[in-house]
Design a protein around this ligand. Structure first.
Ligand code: SAM
Length: 284
């Protein structure tokens, strides 16, 4: 009975080579084949760690035979580690077709987790991370990019984008058009590297800094944009009730405003409470 090989999906550093994991090194040393999007680039990484490997080029847009060849190797019992140029494979990087086909054939696919720019940026940006939407790269062309951003106008989750340095200024401009210049954002640059920088502020402020300083347009970038705060539907609270809330909140704490207004208007207390919080934060 032949034992089938295992496909390992191995994350590699996004800049600082010290971020390679012990498990990643063990797997890269032990597998029969390392599949990489750019074999020359990855060869340097392997050399750095003294690993000699049989390399195989892999892109999602390779012809089907490239995927087929790797699947055949796995079927024959060879083990394969898939790596990308940096970070976690399949995260804005090749690998989807291979993993999909391997799973479809009932082969064993094992993740070896490690760095990814999206998680690295979120972990230190100081924005809410309870819920986020990873948007990958925005389209390169202005019209398509503006359309993608407009579609996210009412997204309430934190949004994360990968961006290239030569498009960042235009993307910030289009983001300002979609979300307004005052929307909070963070631009994380050169994560884990010497010139690691976090620019935080409104989209307008970040664009000004990026336009004024060409260093801010260098290297690798992750743009994080805060989601739109979920707001109480304004048509639920009529104008009189809204005015009542505004008057009461000048004199009373939030809880009391909500409870008094609920008695007067008959509207639900928690809805009014939520609206008072919004009115207070609009003021601040
Ligand atoms: N698979 C990778 C990952 O897990 O993050 C992403 C690969 S994608 C082709 C490359 C993009 O990721 C860059 O253009 C940039 O937006 C982001 N990125 C990668 N490394 C980064 C770093 N050190 N600092 C900031 N952004 C980075």
């Amino acid at each position: 009975m032949s034992t089938k090989g295992v496909l390992y999906i191995v994350a590699t550093p996004i800049g600082n080579l010290g971020d390679i994991t012990i498990r990643a090194l063990e797997i890269l040393k032990s597998v029969d084949v390392v599949a990489a999007e750019d074999t020359r680039h990855s060869q340097k990484l392997l050399q750095h760690f003294g690993i000699e490997a049989r390399m195989h080029a892999y892109h999602d847009h390779n012809d089907a035979t490239a995927v087929g060849r790797l699947i055949d190797m796995l079927e024959q019992g060879l083990s394969i580690a898939l790596i990308s140029d940096a970070g976690t494979p399949l995260i804005s990087d090749p690998g989807y077709k291979l993993v999909h086909d391997a799973r479809h054939r009932g082969l064993n696919v094992v993740p070896i987790p490690g760095p990814s720019a999206v998680i690295t940026a979120l972990s230190a940006a100081g924005v809410s991370t309870d819920r986020f939407s990873f948007e990958g790269f925005l389209p390169a062309k202005t019209t398509a990019r503006s359309k993608s951003l407009s579609a996210l106008k009412s997204e309430s989750r934190t949004m994360v984008f990968y961006e290239s340095p030569h498009r960042i200024s235009e993307s910030l401009r289009d983001a300002i058009n979609a979300f307004g210049g005052s929307r909070s954002a963070v631009l994380a640059r050169e994560l884990t590297k010497t010139f690691e920088t976090f620019l935080a502020g409104s989209l307008e402020e970040i664009k000004q800094q990026v336009d004024a300083d060409e260093n801010q347009r260098r290297g690798e970038l992750v743009l994080i944009i805060k989601g739109e705060p979920k707001r109480v539907q304004r048509d639920v609270i009529d104008e009189n009730s809204e005015n009542l809330l505004k008057t009461l909140l000048e004199e009373l704490p939030t809880k009391q405003v909500a409870s008094l207004a609920a008695k007067i208007t008959g509207l639900p207390k928690n809805l009014l409470y939520q609206r008072v919080l919004e009115l207070r934060s609009d003021d601040s």
